[in-house]
Design a protein around this ligand. Sequence first.
Ligand SMILES: Cc1cc2nc3c(=O)[nH]c(=O)nc-3n(C[C@H](O)[C@H](O)[C@H](O)COP(=O)(O)OP(=O)(O)OC[C@H]3O[C@@H](n4cnc5c(N)ncnc54)[C@H](O)[C@@H]3O)c2cc1C
Length: 98
Amino acid sequence: MATRIDASWVLMCRAAELKDKGKAVRTRGRDGQLFASETAMWTTIKAVQIHGGYGYMAEFPVERFMRDAKLAEIGEGTSEMQRMIIAKSLLRDGYLPA
Ligand SMILES: Cc1cc2nc3c(=O)[nH]c(=O)nc-3n(C[C@H](O)[C@H](O)[C@H](O)COP(=O)(O)OP(=O)(O)OC[C@H]3O[C@@H](n4cnc5c(N)ncnc54)[C@H](O)[C@@H]3O)c2cc1C
């Protein structure tokens, strides 16, 4: 879980660095958003499982974290849309290293 969260952070920092330097961000921001939002979902599902029945109950914040993570896969561009846009960019431009 920590490794995927770290990887999300690295992807987001890469996009932010490109933006700060005035370079083309291309799909780097989408890579980061897609990976980070799916990591949030994957991580919080595991967190619910680790907590067992307590993880599922509304009295504990873990299930709310899971619902909140789901929004990241829907709002500001669903994961499906992110994948389509990334794929279109790859098919048009090929893979361009940052
Ligand atoms: C809690 C919450 C807060 C929100 N806040 C805001 C806000 O502040 N501002 C704002 O503008 N919007 C907001 N939204 C709306 C959000 O941006 C949309 O729900 C989101 O863009 C998805 O659009 P949709 O709900 O119309 O789903 P649809 O476009 O109907 O999509 C339904 C499903 O089909 C998939 N899909 C659709 N088309 C394709 C395709 N061509 N290929 C493959 N899969 C496809 C989608 O990925 C999705 O999984 C919010 C939504 C929620 C749940």
